[in-house]
Write a protein that binds this ligand. Structure first.
Ligand code: CA2
Length: 145
C-alpha cells in the first residue's frame, strides 16, 4: 500500500550539521531527508517535508496535512517543551504523529525532560541521532498497518 508521510522539523533544525555535532551529529537536515526518502521508497512511502522556525507555520502545516498524509514524523525542536498551540494542533487534527528527537532529551537539561506534545502523539523516539528519523518511520508504518 502506498503511503505519504510528512517529516516536519521545527526551530533551528535548519542549522543541523553546522554546529554542536557532538549533540546533533554531522549530517545536515537535507542529508537526513535524502536518505530517509530513499529508505522510504523501498516501502512505497513518499516523504514530504517542511521545516520552519515559526510556531504558526508549523501549526498551519499540520492543518494542511489533515486528510492529505497518512502520518507525521515531527521533530518540534524546543517547541516540544512548551508549545500548547502545537499540542492543540496535533490533537485537533487527529493526525498520527511520532515525536522524534536526535538527542535523548531525558539525558539532557531538566527543562528538556518534559514534552507537552508526547501525550497527544502515538509515540516518541529520541536519542538515536539521524537514526531516530528512520526508527520513527518504521514505527509509524507498523502503527498504521
Ligand atoms: O534532540 C532534538 O532533536 C531536539 O528536538 C533538538 C532541539 C532541542 O531544543 C530539543 O530539546 C531536542 C534543538 C535543535 C537545534 O538544532 C541545532 C543544530 C545545530 C546547531 C544548533 C542547533
Amino acid at each position: 500500500m502506498t503511503r505519504t508521510v510528512l517529516v516536519l522539523n521545527g526551530p533551528n533544525l535548519n542549522l543541523l550539521g553546522t554546529r554542536e555535532p557532538e549533540i546533533y551529529g554531522h549530517d545536515t537536515l537535507a542529508d537526513i531527508l535524502t536518505d530517509l526518502s530513499a529508505h522510504a521508497a523501498h516501502s512505497e512511502v513518499t516523504i514530504v517535508d517542511f521545516q520552519s522556525n515559526t510556531e504558526g507555520e508549523l501549526v498551519g502545516r499540520l492543518h494542511e496535512a489533515q486528510g492529505t498524509v497518512d502520518g507525521v514524523i515531527f521533530n518540534p525542536g524546543a517547541f516540544t517543551h512548551y508549545s500548547i498551540a502545537l499540542r492543540d494542533a496535533i490533537a485537533g487534527t487527529g493526525l498520527a504523529v511520532v515525536e522524534t528527537h536526535l538527542s535523548n532529551i531525558h539525558a539532557r537539561e531538566e527543562f528538556r525532560h518534559t514534552s507537552v506534545l508526547a501525550p497527544v502523539c502515538v509515540g516518541v523516539v529520541a536519542g538515536f541521532g539521524r537514526h531516530s528519523y528512520f526508527v520513527a518511520l518504521d514505527a509509524l508504518l507498523r502503527y498504521l498497518a
